[in-house]
Design a protein around this ligand. Structure first.
Ligand code: T46
Length: 136
């Protein structure tokens, strides 16, 4: 697994167009540092629910709060940091090799995820001790 750290995490301004009718955000395949292969979103998350609880071996992802807000806790096995996402024009870039837990979803929130490859369960590390071992 890539030996990434929290220093590789970025909060990115997404390109947007404003006029008196509102705002429009554009994401194209070359907007970010990876090729887009998959898009999915989390919604209808019950109050108090947590998502994530894993790391990825190869996957790059962008998390965007299309609506509402939530917390994204990240750990590289040494340092940890929590990002509060609540702006649909800010995308959190999560690189491979970072543990994440997503919580405190506000009512009606929607988390858009843009990912660098198709779904592959073999790319997940869902055990925190295994994750720590993978970082040695
Ligand atoms: C992540 C956070 C933000 C699929 O069949 N295809 C998919 O593309 C995905 C993402 C999931 N699934 C299945 C696998 C599980 O049976 O949907 C079920 C729930 O997946 P998971 O428990 O991984 O969901 P989250 O919300 O904990 O995590 C997801 C992503 O898996 C993960 O990459 O970073 O959203």
């Amino acid at each position: 697994m890539k030996q990434t750290t929290l220093a590789d995490i970025r909060l990115i301004d997404v390109p947007e167009v404003h006029d008196k009718r509102g705002s429009l955000v554009v994401i194209e395949n070359d907007t970010f540092a990876f090729n887009i292969e998959r898009v999915y979103y989390l919604y209808d998350v019950p109050t108090g629910s947590k998502r994530g609880g894993h790391a990825h071996r190869q996957l790059y992802q962008l998390l965007i709060p299309l609506s509402g807000s939530f917390d994204v806790y990240l750990s590289d096995g040494i340092s940890e940091r929590t990002f509060f996402l609540n702006k649909p024009n800010k995308a959190l870039l999560i690189v491979p090799g970072i543990w994440r837990e997503i919580s405190n979803f506000s009512s009606g929130s929607v988390c858009l995820v843009i990912a660098s490859s198709k779904y592959d369960e073999n790319d997940y590390i869902r055990d925190y001790d295994l994750f720590l071992k993978s970082k040695i």
